[in-house]
Ligand binder design. Structure first.
Ligand SMILES: [Zn+2]
Length: 630
């Protein structure tokens, strides 16, 4: 299917909301971090949304083009495989539509991300989603017609001059030929995507609107709502009774709605299982692996590397308990900073200056200049305001700005997030400037790699610049937490996801109890007796919105390992590491993920690459223990 290039960006950025607590509201004394009214934010720290469309009329004008353009692509129905020339023309007509949809989609949604009450944004988002579904269904004949070409014709087409620019795109369809379905079946599936999204809409509606999240007293005695948006901050509170209250209130509320959560999650999983069957895969996991073209051994190594190092996962809990001076370690103690004051703070301007020095020194001028271009042209929305979406992301479209959404909180986490998200933006820009439209977009698997490497190197770059013991502790613990959050925890999530899909495939019922049991089992496996068992912990699966993206979490873990491997090349002093890194970003999605990584100097089929992550996790723990004098 023609997945517009923008979707991976959106997915990739959302993960940070899991790994890092939401921006807290305590920054430097002079810097205002939160604005009731967006109009009060200095202009240079806000998005220039006019870079895509100057006003609503120009958005409408572009939207109107889509209906007019559709017949030019639809006319190839039944003719796609007639000749290399018709195939190339059909693809171009389809990509032309995608190119128009992308900016409309991003721009409409971004208005709502700045203010969830934005009526224009809601209207535009709704219209473009419906239009995208309609166009996808109308053009769903193209890929099946390509897949249905007889082998002899494929061999001939591979050599045709007209098709050389599309070879990777085509190969990706031909390699999955055995799993392709007729144009008629594809049309039905494409048309079912909107009604089939009911479960995710219900899930989001439940979290964002229908549940009345209770209020607890925070560390200052103020009322705080334990909604998904606020929960991250509250469970990271340095005041233990506050985080206990918040955790219990949040999880009890999740528990009250357990049957509705189970119904939404269950129907999503049943849909994955059904789709895998429709496409002739033995299981939903295999369907997911096949779409990324990653061999199953990579996933096995991934899980194995964590299981073999469970002692390090549990050792980290024990170390945190000792540093925090706790008798017992509870589910609400996992996120709090190990430093009583939460660590050093940074204004956005200070952080920017540091990041810019890091980018120039580490990756060179080409990278740093694009970052500067992003800031100068207002692709960065820095501060929180009433109604703004939480977390952070980078999102853009082909040969257009890659916007960064931040909720600046002034902590090192925020500086690190800035470095991570800017990695995505530079990646998007470099790929766009060096690849054709259809080769520029990257699978989520590849999209995260550059950012992960950059974030990891930045932490170490900072560490090498400070002798301040408090800051050193903060930086090392940040690195540990990011391995735990974006590698270990994601593999835990993957195991849950794989097991419940297998249950559905075996015909077992997916209920709040059965899914909770799997979650509790995994909790036991990962934490052993280092974290007190709590009845409410079993409901943790209901909190993870990424489960609504089919087998997304393992990709994140794998790309984390790849990013660390890239970073290791820099650490070893390899002189060609920076150039290879930039070249890899420029390749976009022009080759399969593992081949692009090879160009960056990383062989993901080598188990040592994945195992190195847990080695580093152990090494950092020893370093932190030394800093704390344990
Ligand atoms: Zn990311």
């Amino acid at each position: 299917m023609n997945t517009p290039v923008f979707s991976p960006r959106f997915v990739s950025s959302a993960i940070l909301a899991i790994a890092l607590p939401l921006a807290s509201l305590a920054g430097s004394a002079e810097e205002v971090l939160y604005f009731e009214d967006r109009a009060d934010i200095p202009r240079q720290y806000t998005w220039d949304l006019g870079l895509y469309f100057s006003d609503a009329e120009s958005w409408d004008k572009s939207f109107a083009k889509l209906d007019a353009m559709l017949p030019a692509a639809e006319k190839y129905r039944g003719k796609v495989g007639e000749s290399p020339k018709t195939l190339a023309a059909a693809l171009e007509a389809m990509f032309a539509l995608d190119k128009v949809i992308g900016p409309l989609y991003v721009n409409g949604h971004q208005k709502m991300h700045l203010n969830r009450e934005d009526k224009l944004g809601a209207d535009q988002s709704g219209r473009i989603i419906a239009m995208n579904t309609k166009i996808s269904a109308a053009l769903s004949f193209i890929d099946p017609e390509i897949a249905a070409l007889p082998d002899k014709k494929v061999a001939k087409f591979r050599k045709a001059k007209e098709l050389q620019p599309y070879l990777h795109y085509l190969d990706n369809i031909w390699r999955l030929k055995a799993h392709s379905r007729s144009a008629e079946v594809e049309e039905v599936i494409a048309g079912s995507s909107l009604p089939g999204a009911g479960h995710v809409n219900a899930y989001e509606g439940l979290n964002a609107g229908d549940i009345e999240w209770p209020t607890v007293k925070d560390e200052n005695g103020e009322d705080a709502v334990v909604s998904p948006g606020q929960f991250g901050r509250l469970r990271g509170s340095t005041d233990r009774p506050t985080r206990k209250r918040a955790w219990e209130a949040h999880m009890e509320t999740v528990g009250q709605y357990r049957n509705t959560y189970a119904a939404t999650m269950g129907s999503k999983i049943q849909r994955d299982v059904w789709l895998a069957r429709v496409y002739g895969y033995p299981s939903a996991v295999e369907a997911a692996l096949s779409s990324t073209n990653v061999p199953p051994e990579v996933m096995e190594t991934l899980i194995g590397s964590v299981h073999d190092n469970i002692d390090k996962v549990q050792g980290y809990n024990n170390m945190r308990r000792r540093v925090l001076g706790l008798e017992d370690y509870q589910p609400w103690d996992g996120q709090v900073s190990l430093l009583p004051d939460g660590g050093k703070t940074y204004t956005f301007e200070e952080a920017w200056a540091l990041a810019m020095d890091f980018w120039r020194e580490t990756f060179g001028d080409e990278f740093a200049d694009i970052a500067q271009e992003a800031l100068d042209n207002r692709w960065v929305d820095v501060y929180s305001n009433e109604g703004k979406r939480g977390g952070a992301y980078s999102w853009g479209t082909y040969r257009a700005p890659y916007y960064l959404l931040l909720n600046w909180g002034g902590k090192f986490d925020d500086v690190s997030t800035l470095v991570h998200e800017m990695g995505h933006s530079v990646h998007g820009v470099l790929a766009g400037r060096n690849q054709s439209y259809h080769d520029a977009g990257t699978d989520i698997f590849l999209a995260e790699v550059g950012s992960v490497a950059s974030q990891s190197l930045f932490g170490e770059w900072m560490l090498n610049r400070t002798k301040d013991p408090e800051q050193r502790k903060q930086l090392i613990d940040h690195a540990l937490k990011s391995i735990r959050g974006t590698f270990v925890t994601q593999i835990f999530f993957h195991e849950w996801e794989a097991r419940v899909h297998a249950m559905a495939e075996a015909g077992d019922a997916l209920t709040a109890d059965s899914m909770g049991e799997v979650y509790a089992d995994l909790n036991k496996l990962y934490a052993g007796d280092t974290v007190e068992t709590h009845e409410l912990s079993a409901g943790g699966w209901a909190r993870i919105s990424h489960f609504f993206r089919n087998f997304y979490v393992w990709k994140y873990a794998t790309s984390f390992a790849a990013g660390e491997a890239l970073a290791a090349r820099f650490r070893s002093g390899d002189k060609s590491a920076a150039q290879d890194y930039i070249n890899m970003l420029k390749m976009g999605g022009s080759q399969y993920p593992l081949d692009v990584l090879k160009a960056g100097g990383v062989d993901m089929t080598d188990p040592a690459v994945i195992r190195a992550v847990m080695d580093r996790f152990g090494m950092l723990q020893e370093q932190l223990e030394t800093e704390f004098g344990l």
